[in-house]
Design a protein around this ligand. Structure first.
Ligand code: NI
Length: 257
């Protein structure tokens, strides 16, 4: 069984003490491939170090997160862009718009998102989108810039059936489903009844958004198994089949890995 965690910040300091053991626990659960989305210029070194230490399991994504967009965004973008020529990255992320935490730089966030979507088209890389309280703003930009080259993932999708339909209509985008789907009051299981499994990839967003039964504790990539278990209940398929199909979906976005 091969499970793929398409979004996990394994380079976060929360994992400093037990990184190797944590990766082994993931492998033991069948989670052999993990995609690591960058945050900003300050995290690139740690992210690449983790990928170099576990090259079979940890695959790098590079981008500037909307919550790190501030007055220095131009320098940050310039520095991030130089890295693309230096080694292989599997996608641009995480990028997007966050109107939940701080809207001081909302206009700059949109500009930075646009710039990175344009990079993705030039470099033929997928985008990994963070949209918090900003689905419409993100969708407006994606629809405007969308062409046959642009593909990607709406990371941590927790939207409505109507929003899911809009993602499906893009055809080349998937929804990243994580721990939220296991939460007791989540509306996501109901929404997913109208979403074909072919539009779904699995993720943890470790160390955040831990699934039941570990909700409240640190999240880690081995727990993507609990997300798969919940989807097996929703889609009435075995966990093995969920693993196989969602890994295939991830390959449609990232290419072979
Ligand atoms: Ni994230």
């Amino acid at each position: 069984m091969q499970l793929t965690d398409t979004h996990t910040h394994l380079f976060a300091e929360e994992f400093d003490a037990d990184m190797a053991e944590m990766i082994q626990r993931a492998i033991d659960k069948g989670v052999t491939k993990c995609f690591l989305p960058n945050i900003d210029v300050s995290t690139i070194t740690a992210m690449l170090k983790t990928c170099d230490e576990f090259p079979e399991n940890c695959l790098p994504l590079l981008g500037l997160h909307p919550c790190s967009v501030d007055a220095s965004y131009e320098q940050q973008l310039a520095e991030i862009k130089t890295w693309f020529g230096k080694r292989k990255f599997y996608g641009i992320g995480e990028i997007g718009i966050d109107l939940f935490h701080d809207i001081t730089f909302a206009e700059q966030q949109k500009k930075v998102f646009r710039t990175q979507v344009e990079w993705a088209k030039e470099m033929n890389l997928p985008i990994i989108i963070h949209s918090r309280n900003s689905f419409n703003e993100v969708m407006e930009i994606v629809m405007e810039l969308h062409d046959e080259r642009l593909k990607g993932i709406f990371h941590c999708f927790t939207g409505t059936a109507e929003e899911a339909k809009k993602v499906i209509e893009l055809k080349t985008f998937k929804m990243g489903i994580g721990g939220v789907v296991t939460y007791k009051n989540s509306t996501l299981p109901q929404v997913l009844k109208e979403v074909p499994l072919s539009y779904i990839v699995l993720e943890t967003d470790s160390p955040y958004l831990t699934p039941v039964p570990y909700r409240g504790k640190r999240n880690e990539s081995s727990y993507v198994w609990y997300v798969a278990e919940k989807l097996s209940e929703i889609y009435r398929l075995s966990i093995e089949k969920i693993a196989e199909l969602t890994t295939q979906n991830a390959m449609e976005i990232f290419g072979q890995f």
